[in-house]
Design a protein around this ligand. Structure first.
Ligand SMILES: [Mg+2]
Length: 191
């Protein structure tokens, strides 16, 4: 196992509404549309030495709406559109469970994040979850890692955080450029 550089942090992104436009139960790669600033932002974060991951809840699989292969094809289209020379994501976690099924990796389960921390031998402070949904930030809360929201999905994240009593705990950015600036600053300060 390779030992990651000390400055390297683990940044775990949600997919729908965070990196790509939110389409309910997306299963058609032709509907994959990068959100503004995502390509540039991920490029800057990689250049800064951070390791990027994708963690996406896809209950459409568990509900029987589409097979997991459709999710994989959409992920591949996202990666193709990002057009990086190297593999942009170190690992991808697809959680196919529906809310009614036993939760394994479905956010807000901390399982994927905790496994990464063990594998990379890092502390929760070295990880950040990024997403457009309260669930993404609850995942961060369950892991005890950092988290930042982005208001580019279908939810009113500020309202959801207020309802959950978590406004003091997580910052909410208005677009991906803001998320990138926040991550570059925060992850440097916590180095
Ligand atoms: Mg989302």
């Amino acid at each position: 196992m390779s030992t990651p550089r000390q400055a390297s942090k683990l940044i775990v992104f949600d997919r729908d509404g965070t990196l790509i436009r939110h389409v309910p139960y997306l299963c058609d790669p032709t509907q994959v549309e990068l959100l503004p600033g995502v390509r540039e932002g991920l490029s800057q974060l990689k250049l800064a030495g951070h390791k990027l991951f994708l963690h996406t809840n896809q209950s459409g699989v568990g509900r029987g709406y589409f097979p997991i292969e459709a999710v994989i094809r959409c992920n591949e289209e996202l990666i193709r559109k990002l057009d990086f020379d190297t593999n942009v994501f170190e690992e991808i976690c697809i959680s196919p469970e529906s809310p009614q099924q036993v939760m394994a990796y479905r956010k807000p389960s901390p399982r994927f994040g905790c496994e990464l921390l063990v594998r990379y031998r890092l502390a929760p402070a070295d990880m950040c979850y990024v997403g457009d949904n309260l669930t993404d930030l609850l995942t961060a809360s369950n892991i005890g890692c950092q988290g930042v929201g982005v208001n580019t999905g279908v939810h009113d994240l500020d309202h959801e955080l207020t309802q959950a009593g978590l406004t003091d705990k997580f910052a909410v950015c208005q677009d991906f450029a803001q998320v990138t600036a926040w991550l570059l600053q925060t992850m440097r300060d916590s180095a």
